[in-house]
Design a protein. Structure first.
Length: 212
């Protein structure tokens, strides 16, 4: 899902959080957004990881590709940041390519499931078949609710229902969501942060229109 800084239903009850376990593994984080409505059903926290080598032409998030930038954070520290957020209906993890950080991502998701019942949506440029060949993939797939998988193919662009292109497949790994939930997600949003930063996000970000 797009996020840019170039311009400057269903509720789930939280349970009390008792944070567990620490780790020396680290995620390369691009950004954590505390509230979004265009990255999945409801009000969601969004985690963009930093780093991707897949090189899909016209990718929505080129600023997340480099191995530089962003910050390194342990799964435990990221968990503490996310569970401190209030009034969210779930989290969305995108990038960058999350599955190129499979070990720390899997640990974060394991910790998340220990501490929260809120649902998880994960975007990946890999197909499900490719993910199933990545070491540690079970720790990821067992702890998410929806996987949106496949390379972005500009010639097949659809930009709706959280799918950037028609080849992307939605895998509902639990019964928390169904297809109709994604049809109600707005295609774009504009967010102004407390620091005055302007973020354009969504499967059909307004930046595409503003640049034309």
């Amino acid at each position: 899902m797009r996020h840019s800084i170039r311009l400057s239903k269903k509720k789930s009850k939280r349970r009390d959080v008792k944070l567990k376990q620490d780790s020396d593994k680290q995620l390369h984080l691009h950004r954590l957004l505390s509230a979004s409505y265009a990255n999945g059903p409801g009000r969601r926290a969004v985690i963009w990881v930093q780093g991707c080598t897949l090189g899909c032409p016209d990718c929505f998030n080129p600023e997340t590709h480099s191995a530089g930038g962003g910050e390194f954070i342990t799964p435990q520290a990221l968990l503490e940041k996310v569970v401190s957020l209030t009034d969210i209906d779930g989290i969305t993890i995108t990038g960058g390519e999350p599955l190129q950080q499979a070990a720390p991502l899997g640990e974060f998701l394991h910790l998340w499931r220990q501490n929260s019942q809120l649902p998880v949506i994960l975007f990946s440029g890999f197909t499900l078949a490719e993910i199933e060949r990545i070491p540690g993939h079970k720790n990821i797939l067992e702890n998410i609710d929806v996987l949106i998988a496949g390379r972005y193919v500009a010639a097949q662009r659809v930009a709706r229902d959280l799918r950037g292109s028609a080849n992307k497949e939605m895998h509902f790994l639990t019964d928390y969501y169904q297809v109709t939930d994604f049809q109600e997600v707005p295609p774009a949003e504009v967010i102004i942060t407390e620091s005055g930063e302007v973020l354009l996000s969504g499967i059909d970000p307004l930046e595409n229109k503003l640049e034309n």
